[in-house]
Each structure stands twice: as structure tokens, then as C-alpha cells.
Design a protein around this ligand. Structure first.
Ligand code: ADP
Ligand code: ADP
Ligand code: ZN
Length: 216
């Protein structure tokens, strides 16, 4: 399956990715996770991306598209992919159309997770993440089994540096102006399906599962 997960920051893309991957084993390509890994390792990509990410701005298209191009050309993507947080701009979506064709894996389904600003603020302010495996938790909505520790790998959970209210406001603007137009882009291709992200984590997954089953 060749799938894209879309939605504003905090809508639940990472959380639902974890569940989708248990259901269909395809590579998970999260540009946010890839940038954070590059920042941790202080690579040239990380140093460039860091300035944008801390401010809540999108990393420039050339950089992001180059990163995804390299990742999609790896062998494991011959069986499909789950793109999480890419594309986020029209030029990225256009580039993906070309890349996906090159690997004979055209996009089959775009899942758009919807949530309003009040909910996104609550989710982002209580989000805690695992710096090791990228899993997401929440102080109220998704507690780990042991306080402050990742269930999956035992690492100590942290708060993302860009999960501040200031950065969230910039990210929401970027979403409105640059990413939201993708809903129409993919709707015109007959690929975009929206789910109500305000439901509980299992209920959102239930709705996503139905969409996956239609494509499978
Ligand atoms: P969130 O979980 O809040 O939606 P991500 O982890 O997907 O955020 O991304 C974190 C940051 O990484 C974004 O705010 C942006 O700066 C950068 N980023 C991630 N994906 C992209 C992309 N496709 N294009 C440009 N910047 C991106
Ligand atoms: P995204 O990747 O879209 O930025 P995350 O999956 O990291 O979003 O989720 C943001 C925060 O909201 C996390 O703390 C997560 O535990 C929590 N969360 C995700 N989905 C739900 C939901 N349906 N209900 C309540 N909290 C949720
Ligand atoms: Zn972990």
C-alpha cells in the first residue's frame, strides 16, 4: 500500500502511524522524525533544518524533497510506504507524483486527520515523545505504563523543543497557508479521505482501518 497521512500539527499522525504499521507492514517515512534524527546527529542536513524547525517554519522544499527522494529509492519502498508529514506543500506533492511514478508506487490513499485549534493546543502542550523510537505519549490522553518512560523501548520521554505555543501558532499558519491546499489537490485526484481526529485514539484508528480495507 502507498499511503499518505496528513493533518495539522498534533492531529495524531504519529500516533495513528504506529497503529497502521501494526496492521500493514510497510516502511514508515516521517520527515519530522528524519529531521530530528539528523539534528541529533548534527549532520549538515540537521544543522540546516534546525533553524526552521525550532521557529515552527517549514524546511525548504528542495531540502525536504531531496530527503524523501533518497528514502523512497531504497529497496524496502518497493513494497509500499506510509508517508507521515510529507508532502506539506504543493511543490512537494507535485514532486511526489513524479517520484512515486518512478518507483511504480503511485499514491493510493491520502488520509486527512481533522482536528480544531483548541484540541491541537491541548494535544501539543501535553505531548511527550520518545527521542529514541519517536513514539508519542500525552500527559492526559496517552500515558505510558511507567511515568516518563517509553513503553516500546524504555527510553526517557522528552518534550519537543518546538512544542511551545509560539511555535505552534507559526506551525498552524504554515498548515493553513501551505498544507491545507493539498486537501483539494488530492481530492481532485479522488484520493483524499478525511477522518474525525477528535475521536479517541482507537476510534480514529477504527475509521482509518475501514479506509485501508477499501484499498487493500
Ligand atoms: P507535527 O508532528 O507537529 O506535525 P512533524 O514531526 O511532522 O510535526 O514535523 C516537525 C517539523 O519538521 C515541522 O514543523 C517542520 O518544521 C519540519 N517538517 C516536517 N515535515 C516537513 C515537510 N514535509 N516539509 C517541510 N518541513 C517539514
Ligand atoms: P502529530 O504526529 O499529528 O503531530 P501525534 O500523534 O504526535 O500528532 O499526537 C499529538 C499528541 O496528541 C500526542 O501527545 C498524542 O498522544 C495525543 N493524541 C493523538 N491522538 C489523540 C486522540 N485521538 N485523542 C487524544 N489525544 C491524542
Ligand atoms: Zn521509545
Amino acid at each position: 500500500m502507498n499511503i499518505i497521512l496528513m493533518g495539522p500539527p498534533g492531529a495524531g499522525k504519529g500516533t495513528q502511524s504506529e497503529k497502521i504499521l501494526e496492521y500493514c507492514s510497510i516502511p514508515h517515512i516521517s520527515t519530522g522524525d528524519m529531521f530530528r534524527e539528523a539534528i541529533k546527529n548534527k549532520t549538515p542536513l540537521g544543522l540546516e533544518a534546525q533553524n526552521y524547525i525550532t521557529k515552527g517554519l517549514l524546511v525548504p522544499d528542495e531540502v525536504t524533497i531531496g530527503l524523501v527522494k533518497e528514502r523512497l529509492s531504497k529497496d524496502d519502498c518497493k513494497n509500499g510506504y506510509l508517508l507521515d508529514g510529507f508532502p506539506r506543500t504543493i511543490p512537494q506533492a507535485e514532486a511526489l507524483q513524479v517520484l512515486a511514478k518512478e518507483i511504480s508506487r503511485p499514491v493510493e490513499l491520502v488520509i486527512n486527520i481533522e482536528a480544531d485549534k483548541d484540541e491541537l493546543v491541548k494535544r501539543i502542550s501535553g505531548r511527550r515523545v520518545c527521542p529514541q523510537c519517536g513514539n508519542s505519549y500525552h500527559l492526559q490522553f496517552k500515558l505510558p505504563k511507567t511515568d516518563g518512560i517509553c513503553d516500546a523501548c524504555g527510553s526517557e520521554l522528552i518534550q519537543r523543543k518546538d512544542d511551545t505555543i509560539e511555535s505552534l501558532n507559526v506551525r498552524l499558519d504554515a498548515y493553513e497557508n501551505q498544507t491545507k491546499p493539498l486537501i483539494d489537490f488530492y481530492a481532485n485526484l479522488g484520493l483524499c479521505k478525511s477522518v474525525n481526529g477528535l475521536k479517541s485514539i482507537p476510534d480514529v484508528f477504527n475509521d482509518i482501518q475501514k479506509l485501508l480495507d477499501e484499498v487493500k
